[in-house]
Design a protein around this ligand. Structure first.
Ligand SMILES: Nc1ncnc2c1ncn2[C@@H]1O[C@H](COP(=O)(O)OP(=O)(O)OP(=O)(O)O)[C@@H](O)[C@H]1O
Ligand SMILES: [Mg+2]
Length: 252
């Protein structure tokens, strides 16, 4: 799914006006895996909520394959994954996935079974367990299986693995890449971790401190699996970090 954002502004009234996003123009081609980074409070979650249609922008437009966010949502074309996986505690692992599948039963070309989705995230032996008996990493894998079975064209991810330990985070990041590669949904992944962004994404978009403006846009044309100890990776790491630091200094 193609994402076209033009002259997007969003201000919260609390009741004083608090601008969160300023004049954002962004075009994400269909199937691209883009990371969004920026300082805390710069409007990253606000941006995802606007794209998901959970908020109405103060001005500007968002089109998802030419549809408004509300239309794309009604067609269940947009999937969301956040830090807390929002699983249904009264349903088992397979029950959670089966429900998501049932809600989407009318969607054409929807062929993945519950069992296949659980296999893809390595949870086939936990099908009868309840979510609260799973570790944090397993719960996020279950959320990934649900994302997969939704078969949506756009995955909005708001720091999905930020609460996990480093090793689990790396495992899930690798899993996310494996899930993205064959299906090629468009991914907008918010992370505060530059290193993680460069390990996964094809593009890294840097926002300024609030109100968030786009200050840099890097294309990451490195093959997978990416090695951090290469000059190309290190150069990009340096450039992204510098862009972020300059934006923070300019706003101070
Ligand atoms: N519902 C709301 N009402 C009022 N102000 C809000 C609301 N949601 C967010 N804000 C403000 O808008 C700005 C952007 O918030 P947002 O949550 O989008 O930032 P963020 O980049 O996701 O931050 P973090 O990295 O800490 O998650 C902040 O100043 C925040 O306080
Ligand atoms: Mg946020």
């Amino acid at each position: 799914m193609k994402v076209e954002i033009a002259a997007l502004n969003h201000t919260f009234f609390t009741p004083q006006p608090r601008p969160a996003l300023l004049n954002l123009d962004l075009h994400i081609p269909s199937g691209q895996f883009a990371a969004i980074i920026g300082p805390s409070g710069c409007g990253k979650s606000t941006l995802l909520r606007l794209i998901a249609g959970l908020l109405q922008p103060t001005s500007g437009s968002i089109l998802l394959d030419g549809k408004t966010p509300a239309e794309a949502n009604a067609a269940r074309q947009v999937a969301w994954l956040a830090q807390s996986p929002a699983l249904l505690p009264w349903l088992t692992v397979e029950g959670n996935i089966a429900l998501a599948r049932k809600l989407l039963a009318t969607r054409l070309n929807h062929q993945m079974s519950v069992q296949q989705a659980l296999q893809r995230v390595g949870l086939e032996n936990a099908a009868r367990a309840y979510p609260f008996t799973l570790s944090g990493g397993m719960q996020q894998r279950l959320a990934l299986a649900r994302l997969l079975i939704q078969n949506a064209g756009l995955w909005l991810m708001d720091e999905p693995f930020a609460a996990l330990d480093e090793i689990t985070r790396e495992q899930l990041a690798a899993m996310l890449l494996d899930l993205w590669q064959p299906a090629q949904p468009t991914v907008l992944w918010v992370t505060h971790n530059i290193y993680e962004a460069l390990r996964l994404a094809e593009r890294v978009i840097v926002l300024s401190p609030a109100p968030g403006q786009m200050v840099a846009d890097f294309s990451v044309a490195l093959p997978h699996p990416r090695r951090e100890d290469t000059p190309a990776f290190q150069n990009l790491l340096y450039e992204v970090r510098t862009a972020l630091n300059q934006a923070v200094e300019a706003a101070a």
